[in-house]
Design a protein around this ligand. Structure first.
Ligand SMILES: NC(=O)c1ccc[n+]([C@@H]2O[C@H](COP(=O)([O-])OP(=O)(O)OC[C@H]3O[C@@H](n4cnc5c(N)ncnc54)[C@H](OP(=O)(O)O)[C@@H]3O)[C@@H](O)[C@H]2O)c1
Length: 328
């Protein structure tokens, strides 16, 4: 495993972390045993960064992580959770000190801890980034000691660029992968200049970039890859990175010959992300031990050759860019 600085948080975290959405809910059935084995495997192979949210399985994911901390008291861990999505309706005025404090109190209970390592706003409406009072509320929570650091999880590059103007914002979580390349254009440079840690989510484009899917693939009714393909429940960009499934499959076939010998396509997808040194960590979701181990091992692959990097850019430009670049 490689370890990288998480920007100005002062934390040093594994370059491949663990995305704990799938073990919470919205990805079909994942048993308690599979979830705990996946988490323990991640610890065994050197993963130290865990990303969850209060809404993943309505707290189920946070509670698994609390259990992991109890079972592995000596393992170094940085746990990031998120707040905001319990708001109903999900509106900017809900992002106030009172609501955020209540959400954090619930997460502290689920996570069985006194203070949250990293709290992220959970893709708030764009307007929240133009409301200094939201960030003041977060600063006050740091002063009160209920959170140690905070950051934002964003949908759009523009939101990320605005968020990092607030000095208390230590991290930005954003979608970045071979099918979502825009963050590398300007945002990475700006974040680096301000020492903001970058957490890359949806690195496998919801599994599409693992190369295991086909036109015949089907998903359970309670898996967002069934129910959110067109953004029916939340932002469309969160499902298959916003790429139309069938054209994504065609692009995947063009990427397949680039997989290094002895590696898997999922590992190529993750290693591609880690080629960008502005990235602190990437957080693939894993629903079993095998995925957790395979994903972590991607950090140990040799750097990808220039020709591979160039070819992936070319595939993006020819097949994907028009679908996504202007949207996020
Ligand atoms: N708004 C937000 O802040 C937000 C939104 C989305 C995600 N996130 C965070 O980012 C994390 C990662 O994103 P994600 O989980 O949406 O997408 P992802 O990491 O791109 O895809 C994860 C899925 O890919 C499949 N997979 C994982 N490893 C694999 C491997 N080695 N080989 C083959 N298939 C593999 C698994 O599903 P199957 O086995 O079922 O195919 C897994 O659930 C989440 O867990 C969450 O922590 C945050």
């Amino acid at each position: 495993m490689q370890y990288r600085r998480l920007g100005k948080t002062g934390y040093e975290v594994s370059a491949v972390g663990f995305g704990a959405w799938a073990i919470g809910g919205a990805w079909g059935d994942v048993s308690d045993d599979d979830a705990m084995v996946a988490l323990n495997t991640a610890v065994d192979v050197g993963v130290t960064f865990f990303d969850t949210a209060d809404v993943y399985g309505d707290g189920r994911s946070e509670r698994f992580i609390a259990k992991l901390r109890q079972e592995r008291p000596d393992a170094p861990m940085v746990v990031a959770t998120k707040a905001g999505r319990r708001l109903d309706p999900h509106v900017v005025d809900g992002y106030n000190a009172q609501n955020l404090t209540a959400f954090v109190a619930r997460s502290l209970k689920n996570l069985k801890t006194e203070s949250i390592d990293l709290l992220q706003l959970h893709c708030p409406p764009t307007e929240a980034y133009y409301r200094p009072d939201v960030f003041e509320a977060l600063d006050n929570m740091v002063t009160d000691g209920i959170i140690r650091r905070y950051g934002v999880s964003v949908e759009k590059v523009e939101e990320a660029l605005k968020a990092i103007e607030y000095p208390g914002v230590s991290t930005v979580q954003i979608i970045f992968n071979a099918f979502r390349q825009r963050p590398a254009e300007l945002f990475f440079r700006e974040a680096k200049a301000r020492d903001v840690g970058i957490i890359v989510r949806v690195p496998l484009a919801s599994g599409l970039l693992s190369g295991k899917m086909s036109r015949q693939s089907s998903f359970a009714a309670d898996d967002h890859r069934s129910f959110n393909r067109h953004g029916e429940a939340f932002d469309r960009g969160e499902t298959f990175a916003g790429v139309d499934f069938e054209s994504g499959l065609d692009a995947v076939e063009e990427i397949r010959p680039l997989v290094p010998e002895g590696a898997t396509m999922a590992q190529l997808a993750l290693r591609w992300i880690l080629m960008f040194d502005a990235v602190s960590t990437t957080i693939p979701g894993a629903r079993n031990a095998e995925q957790a181990a395979q994903n972590a091992a991607a950090a140990d692959l040799a750097p990808l050759p220039d020709q591979t990097m160039e070819k992936i850019t070319e595939i993006y430009e020819q097949r994907i860019k028009d679908q996504v670049h202007h949207l996020w």
